[in-house]
Design a protein around this ligand. Sequence first.
Ligand code: BGC
Length: 350
Amino acid sequence: MRALTVLPGQQGSLAVTDVPDPEPGPDELLVEGLAVGVCGTDREIADGEYGWAPPGRDRLVIGHESLGRVVRAPSGGGFSPGDLVVGVVRRPDPEPCGACAHGEFDMCRNGRYTERGIKEIDGYASELWTVETGYAVTLDPRLADVGLLMEPATVVAKAWEQVEKVGSRAWFEPRTALVTGAGSIGLLAALLGVQRGLDVHVLDRVTGGPKPGLVADLGATYHHDGLDAAVRAAKPDVVIEATGVGELVFGAIGSTAAYGIVCLTGVSPAGRNLTVDAGTLNRDIVLENDAIVGSVNANRNHYAAAADALAKADLSWLGRLVTRRVPLDGFADAFDSRPEDVKVAVTLGS
Ligand code: BGC
């Protein structure tokens, strides 16, 4: 079968290659891959800056934002042929650490976790894949066109959960949220903010394309004229930072309302330097009881929360987040990111 594979660490090595058909184990589903979403992490892997091949192998099948249809399922496992499914990305470390032992593999303490399509286990960008029933999640059949948004939605569901947990250390009734970045993480974060009844503001750079309209149709406010203007309008109680851009990260930390919470979700490359007024920043954080929390990945609870959020969302709005669908052979086009893209999908069907 065909799969999209990469030599981790080697820029320009992403290619469609022939790999053996997977054989499901006794507790595994055999799944026909329908599509994978492409995100910044995938582009970093394709650029040779991130990613690890499975032990003893050179190439890694990429793709962690999955969507597939069950072909074969073990009896009594709760899945049937035809079910729409996504696969969970992370697996606990082998030890396991305390967090992984408690099912919180998204909070792994020793870094020896593995991730499908990213770290030491093959991903989902293949015509067929297998997944353990315990790491597969069934989706509502209505989500057939947009189910590849499930994984980014899980990341955002966890980010909001973290904000709420951090907020609950004292009285917390946030009114406004600012989301920096109107990619799929940013727009899904905005969706979940609106679902929580917040006045949501979204900041991005572009003025054209679908992003301004997608934000407006959520009932949120779109900003494209820089962080200062967005912060003046939003006076945010909560910031979900989804760009990883240093200026925005530190700018957001310095501009929340009192008791502000900034949740950082953007993974940035090393080596970006910035001059900051550390004194003012520290003083603001202390005098306002502000909090900054990093959030990555998602565990099974976040998959359940994301499925709820997607089920409550307007399907046609979700459909508009998938701005391009590219067949497997045209993968290079999908990995060429354009400022107005929200989510680009690689379709896997023949
Ligand atoms: C994925 C996460 C993963 C992280 C770090 C993100 O793009 O969505 O599931 O944990 O990259 O590898």
